[in-house]
Design a protein around this ligand. Structure first.
Ligand SMILES: NC(=O)c1ccc[n+]([C@@H]2O[C@H](COP(=O)([O-])OP(=O)(O)OC[C@H]3O[C@@H](n4cnc5c(N)ncnc54)[C@H](OP(=O)(O)O)[C@@H]3O)[C@@H](O)[C@H]2O)c1
Length: 237
């Protein structure tokens, strides 16, 4: 039997943002590893992971986060992938930038805060940043700001919540529904450009990112780490 098949047996995993893309793949991987999975998002019924408990939650709302976590109760692991907003340049898209900050930065802060008192002593929190934290790209500056802040937050939380573990997954480009907001030709161009900026010559899959989230949950010696899963995107010229 593969280790990963039973690595989360009997554990409760809450995936905030598990209705789509990377979060949905994390929910599926945790379920396959034996966990009882709870998926929370604004439209959780989009989630196609059989057996997951679904909870409606908007992470931009303080009270809603508290209510949802109270409903969920004790958990062993929290994984946050929720984010909305598709800012272009940092200065020219203030509303989209604010939305990204509210959902991705403050949203993960709210979830971590609400999880703290409900998290098992040997449990973990996995936050999500992204390649743009340390590899900025003209035209997506807000992601650099937010992702860097998320990585700093995780390190601070790893100290505050010890012995519980806190880590970050930092994906490179992965084709998920997040790109549906773009016109098809722009989307195609963007994904091809992203593939060219890797050492492996392609963009990633949600399942590849989910494997890293699974490692954050199951490796009991991993804390305060940022896992770059980007096909060498930090290095490519
Ligand atoms: N895809 C990439 O290339 C890439 C690269 C680097 C980093 N990332 C990061 O990876 C994470 C996941 O991205 P993805 O590509 O999987 O995106 P996605 O497919 O759009 O999924 C985003 C998830 O967040 C949920 N969500 C959005 N706003 C929310 C809110 N206010 N409250 C609760 N849930 C909310 C969505 O569900 P509902 O609509 O049901 O609320 C959905 O489940 C994000 O942090 C993203 O920045 C992605």
């Amino acid at each position: 039997m593969a280790v990963s098949e039973q690595a989360l047996r009997g554990e409760r995993v809450l995936v905030v943002g598990g209705s789509s893309g990377i979060g949905e793949a994390v929910a599926a991987a945790a379920r396959d590893a034996g966990a009882a999975v709870i998926v929370a998002s604004r439209r959780p019924s989009r989630c196609r992971v059989d057996g997951a408990q679904l909870i409606e939650l908007d992470v931009t709302d303080d009270d809603a986060v508290e209510r949802a976590f109270a409903l969920v109760g004790a958990i062993d692991h929290l994984v946050c992938t929720a984010a909305s907003g598709f800012p272009r340049d940092l200065l020219s898209s203030p509303e989209q930038t604010r939305l990204l900050m509210e959902s991705k930065l403050w949203g993960q802060y709210r979830c971590a805060r609400a999880a703290a008192e409900r998290l098992a002593e040997r449990g973990s929190i996995t936050l999500t940043s992204g390649i743009r934290s340390r590899r900025p790209l003209k035209g997506s500056g807000a992601f650099t700001v937010v992702n860097m802040a998320v990585e700093g937050m995780a390190r601070a939380l790893a100290l505050e919540l010890a012995p519980r573990r806190v880590n970050v997954i930092a994906p490179g480009t992965v084709e998920t529904p997040v790109f549906d907001a773009l016109p098809p030709e722009v989307r195609q161009r963007r994904l091809e450009a992203a593939a060219a900026q890797t050492t492996v010559g392609r963009i990633g899959t949600s399942e590849e990112i989910a494997q890293a989230a699974l490692m954050c949950m199951t490796n009991s010696f991993l804390s305060g780490a940022v896992l770059d899963i980007d096909g060498g995107g930090m290095l490519a010229q």
